[in-house]
Write a protein that binds this ligand. Structure first.
Ligand code: URA
Length: 460
């Protein structure tokens, strides 16, 4: 029997190095005991894992990604299960392709649970302001289900780079002083502050963005289990908001059902809910949340933008920032009612690079556009708009499935392979950036929208 002692509950590197070395000398999975330092020791002095030998076998990147997530699962068997699958991969390099393998399935479910927990921590953790000698400091309490705190640290450092904060959890605490991240021991809820004036701001913000059409109590409880509610000031508002929302929602649902049929609404809501946990590309690690499309499901026009920007990422709604305000103005000038259109994006997570405190938009690449195209196609398949508008080159690429130029396609209708008519125009952010002939460019954009509005009426 061999024992491997890992440095921490989420010690991926420790597991990887030991597992690789053991697999190479063909130590059987049942001959290895995996221990985490500080947890109950079964062996007094475990034999160290052998050093890796030359000529190591390689494993698919997808396995390493899976293992990195699974290692964070709270199941004490996680290291052993991963090692058993690694041995399988050593002997059958295509083992990852066997969708019927129960061990692989179990590992995938564990990885999914971990990713979900990471998402919950990002979405439901709430900082409370406290003052210390160095000025304001923000403290949050969170109880994860899995060992995800360290794996999520990078997200919070990037997202709240300019604040001084601490995240307290039962097994580990993180402290960021604006420049350096340090770890401390676990804490108790009593050590975290309760309510504070910053909560008033949160509550106002939450009430402002609360959308009755988005409330599904069952889904809300699934996504936001009650155990997180007590740490979230805005949830105190939920019963009251729900009460008012129910009346508004009944009206909205009745109107929508009369127009598009109940099933379309239900399918759209479940696709949107599914998209909230999307990991089809790496961008889910970057943005705060998935920003799904919005608008009536019987819209005659669907506008497709590129990707959410900084403000959209925070609000969870498309086109609410500067480009969205310009689009609103141009639609008014063109006589098109935005409320009767559906607005979405080719890519549903915000991609950015950080420069100091700012998050600067970064263009999505072909792989990201292709991965997200799945959601766009679902939206279009449900709405079946007579007319779809690509705002800019990324949207056009997503709709046509290939790289196209705006100048080559602008000003006339095109047929999509899936049916329906598509028009192409510039992205409103182009109008914010352009220096020459700004007014003429804006007028041309308005003219495009006016033509599109008339054409949509004619097609309906
Ligand atoms: N730009 C986009 O393409 N979409 C948005 O939602 C915001 C800015």
């Amino acid at each position: 029997m061999r024992a491997v002692r890992l440095a921490a509950s989420d010690d991926f590197e420790g597991w990887r190095d030991a597992a690789r070395a053991l697999a190479m000398i063909r130590v059987a999975p049942e001959e290895v005991v995996w221990q985490v330092a500080g947890e109950a020791d079964l062996f007094e002095a475990p034999a160290p894992a052998p050093p890796a030998l030359p000529g190591a076998f390689s494993v698919p990147r997808a396995f390493l990604e899976l293992a990195e997530a699974v290692v964070c699962h709270r199941d004490p068997e996680r290291f052993a299960l991963l090692y058993a699958f690694l041995c399988r991969l050593r002997d059958r390099p295509r083992a990852m392709e066997d969708g019927a393998d129960p061990l692989l399935r179990r590992l995938e479910l564990m990885a999914k649970a971990v990713r979900r927990d990471m998402h919950k921590m990002r979405a439901f953790l709430r900082f409370r302001e406290v003052a210390d000698d160095g000025g304001p400091r923000y403290v949050a309490w969170f109880e994860p289900e899995h060992h995800i705190v360290r794996a999520n640290a990078g997200f919070f450092v990037r997202r709240f780079a300019s604040m001084r904060w601490s995240i307290l959890t039962p097994h580990l605490s993180l402290h960021w002083d604006g420049a350096m991240l340090t770890e401390g021991p676990g804490a108790s809820k009593a050590e975290a502050p309760d309510g504070d004036p910053a909560e008033a701001v949160w509550k106002t913000y939450y009430a402002a963005i609360f959308n009755p059409a988005r409330v599904k109590v069952g889904a809300m409880l699934k996504e936001m289990p009650r155990k997180y509610w007590k740490n979230m000031p805005e949830t105190a508002l939920v019963p009251q908001l729900l009460k008012g929302a129910q009346a508004r929602e009944t009206e909205m649902v009745a109107a929508a059902a009369a127009r598009v049929g109940d099933n379309v609404g239900k399918s759209w809501a479940s696709i949107r809910d599914e998209a909230m946990g999307c990991t089809r590309c790496e961008l889910y690690k970057c943005g705060t949340q998935t920003v799904f499309g919005e608008g009536p499901l019987d819209a005659r026009i669907v506008f497709v933008g590129e990707q959410p920007g900084d403000q959209e990422d925070l609000a969870g709604k498309p086109f609410v920032g500067p480009a969205g305000q310009l689009l609103d103005r141009a639609l008014i000038d063109a006589g098109v009612d935005r409320k009767r259109t559906y607005v979405t994006n080719a890519v549903k997570h915000f991609k950015f690079v950080r420069r100091g405190k700012r998050r600067i938009h970064d263009k999505p690449d072909g792989g990201e556009i292709a991965a997200c195209r799945w959601w766009l196609q679902q939206e279009l398949a449900l709405i079946k708009p007579p007319l779809t508008v690509a705002l800019g080159a990324t949207a056009a690429r997503a709709l046509f499935g290939k790289v196209v130029t705006i100048s080559g396609l602008r000003g006339r209708p095109h047929e999509l392979p899936e049916g329906g008519e598509t028009w192409v125009t510039v992205h409103p952010s182009f109008l914010l950036r352009v220096r020459d002939d700004k007014e003429a460019e804006y007028a041309r954009f308005v003219e495009d929208l006016r033509t599109i509005g008339k054409r949509a009426k004619a097609l309906a």
